[in-house]
Design a protein around this ligand. Sequence first.
Ligand code: HEC
Length: 111
Amino acid sequence: MIKTTLLTSVAAGAVLAAAIAQAADPAAGKQKFEGTCSACHGANGISVVPIYPNLAGQKGEYLVAQLKAFRDGGRQNPIMQPMAKGLTDTDIANIAAYLSSLNQPGAAPQP
Ligand code: HEC
């Protein structure tokens, strides 16, 4: 009985997590990105500075993982850590949704 309840709540949690992931708002992410990040990572996530990585078309889950790692200290970089410090989980999900929706430089348009 307890086991069933536990399983049910784990399943409910997974459904909720999926719902939150789907609720990411790329338009809000674009706004945030253009306000802070595009100075280095370029308009549309394509950097013109060799030491700053392109972000356009990167996998969303990877972007979420990297931004959380910068924010929480698992990935150390003196430039990016302060950039990620102020981001909420929602900001990160939105920015990742925006960037992953873009085409990579030189790639054919996404179907
Ligand atoms: C002052 C310049 C600068 C700004 C502003 C900046 N970044 Fe970065 N970003 C960098 C540099 C430099 C790196 C490479 C870090 C490293 O070598 O680990 C990087 C790396 C990243 C990565 C990891 C890319 C990868 O391939 O692993 C992500 C994601 C990222 N930035 C997102 C953002 C977001 C989102 C913002 C705005 C909130 C932002 N950056 C603002 C300079 C900047």
